[in-house]
Design a protein around this ligand. Structure first.
Ligand code: X8Z
Ligand code: ZN
Length: 622
């Protein structure tokens, strides 16, 4: 999305919370005018709790109304990328940013007023929920809105054309990365896609400059501090929390990395996939080496492969895009959630149009902050996209669950929660579930668990360092530690440090590889996905306990369990009305994020990976 939108799935809220900065500050002007012919003291608005509450109510109503307008403009732009829709989207961005920044600035004035818990939370949210604040200067606000819009468009329109004339969009190239085993083809797609990002570099650099200025205007040291202020704790405490969670997971990641590198070496040989050092990033089955599940066949355990593949099962059972979405909806309704509204089916985008440019990156929308929920996705008929559909519907069911909250609380407990709900449901896509819905004939016995766990780890554990490094890079860009002339080198340094992957060919500062990942041009914070990868395992375990499942947690499916559904709904309905530890507590009985749930889930795999790596005498690490 453009502007200060927080995330594709919550545009509504975005508007309210994503404040940008206002140039023409009407409210301010009114005050100044009135002071002209009166003594200064008489004209100052009272800073007391009554004034604060009046202000909060007005801001909330105003932003709620604006959000619907912005959502519509943004929906149309993302579905029809043209110069005209870009201009409309930028204009709307300007308007919403200026309003939001005006309210954020004004909110700061009431910071010391004693308020009840609800209003105090709303006030704080008004102040600190922006992700792309513009400076006060109207010209700069307009410039920022235009840049944000352009960056989105550049990503959405991105294609790579092969020598034979075939031009592929992002999802098509991703498909190729998932399916090809030919290193030359993989390399070409990898390199080709990154060409789309080169023109983004100057725009991104200016975007950072402007948004940092906006963050300073709001009293933050830089945009990094603002982004890290949105977790009900101090920014530095939040950074430390991330380090703590990553330290818990890293040993498992290292074992997985070691195993996968060894297997790739056997498959491709020393020249393409060396035994030591970082893994070349084009060999992991994904454009960004962020989830590796698609190379499962290449690394599957000989004796524990469950012997089925969801992509094939979908094809054998004639699942088209709509049927995939219907099946995912069926999981939510089995838990007791209401069916999606009829308008969802009419207004969503499921299939990539052939006649125009659209933003294909999957997103979930809540156009009217009530019932007009939709997804927008260029669905590929694959296991990966079957999971992504559950992810997106998780956003929609969350949005609908909190629709009766006041506008400012129409959001998740923290942004990681929004990303975790659909994934939590997808953890219940077990063989037993696939059998129940008629996709799988026989459930593999427990001797195949290692294969199932490995398949899951290739997606979930492989993702963790990626989920972390993107914002480690961005935060350092925002706070000036990484200078523009170091953008690409610093990116690859962090890729190596966290993920142990490297670029397959030399990169220079003429490249802008971060821009080839949607969330960078889209200005969507990314740490939320790291959090979600921890939270979803905590939720899954807790919901399985509620469902009374006593087996291994990786075999548990909460499908059809109304008690689990009711508990989940209890948390979703809270929206952002309370600090996230309270919401976490509702489902899990704890107020702490804890990666132990991840380690418990994968415990048998950790043992197996270490055995394999020892037997093969692999030197782990990079
Ligand atoms: O962007 C997404 C969702 C939309 S919120 C499809 N995800 C991240 C990504 O694709 O990079 C889900 C997992 C991580
Ligand atoms: Zn999402």
């Amino acid at each position: 999305m453009n502007f200060p939108l927080k995330q594709p799935s919550q545009i509504a809220l975005i508007v309210s919370l994503v404040l940008g900065l206002s140039a023409c500050n009407d409210a301010q002007e009114t005050v100044n005018t009135s002071t002209a012919d009166q003594p200064q003291v008489a004209s100052e608005p009272k800073i007391d709790s009554a004034a604060a509450i009046t202000f909060i109510n007005q801001a909330e109503a105003d932003l709620a109304a604006l959000s619907v307008e912005a959502n519509r403009a943004e929906w149309i732009y993302s579905n029809f990328i043209t110069d005209d829709t870009a201009a409309l989207s930028a204009a709307m961005g300007e308007k919403i940013t200026s309003t939001s920044v005006r309210y954020a600035t004004e909110a700061a004035k009431y910071a010391d007023v004693a308020l009840d818990a609800v209003n105090s939370r709303k006030l704080n949210s008004l102040r600190s929920s922006l992700v792309l604040p513009a400076p006060l200067d109207p010209a700069k606000n307009a410039e920022l809105a235009s840049i944000a819009s352009k960056l989105n468009g550049l990503y959405g329109k991105g294609k790579y054309c092969f020598a034979d004339g075939r031009c592929l969009t992002q999802p098509e190239l991703s498909n190729l990365m998932a399916e090809s085993k030919d290193p030359a083809v993989l390399l070409e797609a990898w390199q080709g896609w990154r060409e789309i990002a080169k023109p983004m570099r100057p725009l991104f650099e200016r975007e950072v400059e402007l948004a940092n200025e906006g963050a300073k205007d709001l009293g933050y040291t830089d945009l990094s501090e603002l982004w890290r202020s949105q977790y009900d704790m101090k920014p530095d405490e939040f950074s430390a929390e991330l380090d703590r969670l990553w330290d818990q997971i890293k040993p498992l990641y290292d074992s997985l990395h070691c195993y996968v590198r060894g297997e790739l070496n056997e498959q491709y040989g020393d020249d393409v996939a060396p035994k030591t050092g970082p893994i070349p990033a084009h060999l992991l089955g994904n454009m960004w080496a962020q989830q590796w599940g698609t190379i499962y066949n290449s690394v599957a355990p000989e004796n524990a492969d469950p012997g089925y593949n969801v992509t094939e099962l979908l094809a054998q059972n004639d699942y088209d895009e709509i049927k995939m979405v219907e099946q995912a909806e069926g999981f939510f309704t089995s838990l007791g959630f209401d069916e999606l509204p009829e308008s969802f089916w009419r207004r969503s985008l499921f299939v990539q149009p052939q006649d125009r440019d659209v933003v294909c990156h999957a997103s979930a929308w809540d156009l009217d902050n009530l019932d007009d929920i939709r997804i927008k996705m260029c669905i590929q008929k694959s296991a990966e996209d079957f999971t992504v559909i559950h992810h997106e519907l998780g956003h929609n069911f969350y949005q609908r669950a909190y629709k009766n909250q006041p506008f400012i609380f129409k959001n998740s407990a923290n942004d990681g929660f929004h990303e975790a709900i659909g994934d939590t449901i997808a953890l219940s896509i077990t063989p037993k579930y696939l059998q129940k819905i008629g996709l799988l004939a026989t459930v593999p016995d427990a001797s195949k668990d290692i294969g199932l766990l490995l398949r899951q780890a290739l997606d979930k554990i492989a993702f963790m360092p990626f989920g972390l490094m993107i914002d480690q890079w961005r935060w350092q860009v925002f706070n000036g530690t990484i200078k523009p002339e170091q953008y690409n080198q610093a990116w690859w340094d962090l890729r190596e440090k966290y993920q142990g992957v490297k670029a397959p060919i030399a990169r220079t500062e003429a490249d802008f590889d971060p821009g080839a990942k949607y969330h960078v041009p889209g200005n969507v914070p990314y740490t939320r996905y790291f959090l979600a990868h921890v939270l979803q395992f905590q939720f899954h375990k807790a919901l399985c306990d509620i469902a009374g499942d006593t087996g291994p947690v990786h075999r548990c499916s909460i499908y059809g369990n109304k008690a689990a559904g009711a508990k989940l709904n209890e948390m979703l309905e809270m929206g952002a009305s309370q600090p996230w530890p309270e919401a976490l507590n509702v489902v899990t009985g704890t107020k702490q994020m804890d990666a132990k749930a991840v380690l418990d889930y994968f415990a048998p795999l950790q043992v197996w990976l270490d055995e394999q790596n020892n037997e093969a005498n692999r030197q782990c690490g990079w």
